[in-house]
Ligand binder design. Structure first.
Ligand code: NAD
Length: 359
């Protein structure tokens, strides 16, 4: 007999090739008159295009979004939004740009219309992050959940393969940990399995040819499901390890997720065989950790922490940090096994399906 708690999040999702054409209709649905358009410096041209489409509804472009939302950038963006009397933010980009929109919404309650251009999934979550004095703090707040999300696969045609592959693996990580989350529930598990299936089907074709619109659409559909999973249930050891490694050793977000995921899954395999079977079924493989490793290799994504510049001498510290303030995890945390997990991730070893520790 099942027993679970499920809380839905309210967001309007417009999905499909060419759906950016509905931007002004969606602004009207939001009741917004003046949008500050957010982007990274690299995506300034896309932000200018959005501002042009908005016409009189544009309050201009703020193009200073960077990874992990430094507090100074957030404060500058908040000041610009207030000075230009914006009543909405349109964030076009990946998790960094949508994260900047969230930082503005956190203190102003301005609604966010998100237009994601990676597979990171931030647009579907009420989770925000802010970095001050080298420390990234995250939290949950209903005000930062975007009210409207426009998923237009045509906007991802420009995504370089070396960003697309890890970004998609980051999305698979959200689905994987949702399947064995402490607060897992049947709806989220269906989303998670289907998300992995769509991403595993689409990503190899996306990195081979970013102009394959069918494949990009498949992967973006999977990323929407993955972001929904991340927003709806708690994450476990894998996400804790990635936050620790990213924050302490300044490693890139999506690539760190890509490398750690097979090893975190191998660690958790003995404690959640049913979830592993669902992951394997979604990838059409027999062993989830090995299949995730093979998928990352097929995408040409990095496989070893040493290749991201992680110092080998930092592995002990990373182990200690992973064990301090741990997230709930299906398999109890064992220091030696986590040290080994990190060693395997450091060298990029393929998880062995025959190794199935009982601890
Ligand atoms: P990103 O937003 O930092 O983007 C990486 C680079 O790709 C940037 O230079 C960006 O301009 C460029 N780019 C994005 N889309 C492009 C496109 N279509 N064409 C060309 N270039 C493009 O990377 P990300 O992985 O999407 O986001 C990472 C950040 O998001 C991290 O800080 C992470 O913590 C955060 N995140 C937050 C959540 C959440 O729920 N709060 C979820 C996932 C990720």
């Amino acid at each position: 007999m099942q027993s679970f708690l499920y809380t839905a999040h309210l967001a309007r999702v417009v999905f499909g090739a060419g759906s950016l054409q509905h931007l002004n209709r969606e602004m009207e649905m939001l009741g917004a008159q003046r949008a500050l358009v957010l982007s990274t410096p690299e995506q300034r041209a896309s932000a200018e295009d959005i501002a042009a489409r908005l016409g009189a509804r544009s309050a201009g472009v703020f193009d200073q979004a960077v990874m992990h939302v430094p507090l100074g950038t957030a404060e500058a963006a908040r000041a610009v939004a207030a000075a230009r009397k914006a009543d909405c933010c349109v964030a076009i980009g990946g998790g960094s740009t949508i994260g900047l929109g969230k930082a503005i919404a956190l203190t102003s309650s301005l609604p966010i219309l998100a237009i994601p251009t990676t597979f990171a999934g931030s647009e579907m979550t009420p989770i925000y992050g802010l970095t001050a004095d080298g420390q990234k703090k995250t939290g949950r707040d209903a005000r930062v959940l975007p009210k409207t999300v426009i998923y237009d696969p045509d906007l991802l045609v420009s995504l370089p393969a070396k960003i697309a592959g890890p970004s998609g693996m980051n999305a698979i990580a959200h689905c994987a940990e949702a399947l064995y989350a402490q607060d897992a529930n049947p709806i989220v598990s269906i989303l998670a399995e289907e998300g992995i299936r769509a991403l595993a089907r689409g990503l190899p074709r996306v990195v081979h040819d970013s102009g394959d619109r069918e494949a990009v659409s498949d992967a973006l559909y999977g990323a929407w499901l993955a972001g929904s999973c991340l927003g709806l249930v708690g994450m476990a050891l894998h996400h804790k390890l990635c936050h620790t490694l990213g924050g302490t050793f300044n490693l890139p977000h999506a690539e760190t997720h890509t490398i750690v995921l097979p090893h975190a899954l191998a660690y958790n395999r003995p404690a959640c065989q049913g979830s592993m079977a669902r992951m394997a079924r979604a990838i059409d493989a027999s062993d989830a950790p090995g299949a995730v490793y093979d998928l990352a290799a097929r995408l040409g994504a990095p496989l070893a922490l040493k290749d991201l510049g992680m110092p080998q001498a930092g592995l002990e510290r990373a182990t200690d940090l992973a064990l301090s303030n741990p997230y709930w995890n299906p398999r109890p945390l064992d220091r030696d096994a986590i040290r080994k997990l990190l060693d395997d991730a450091y060298w990029g070893r393929r998880p062995d399906a025959s190794v199935n520790p009982s601890k």
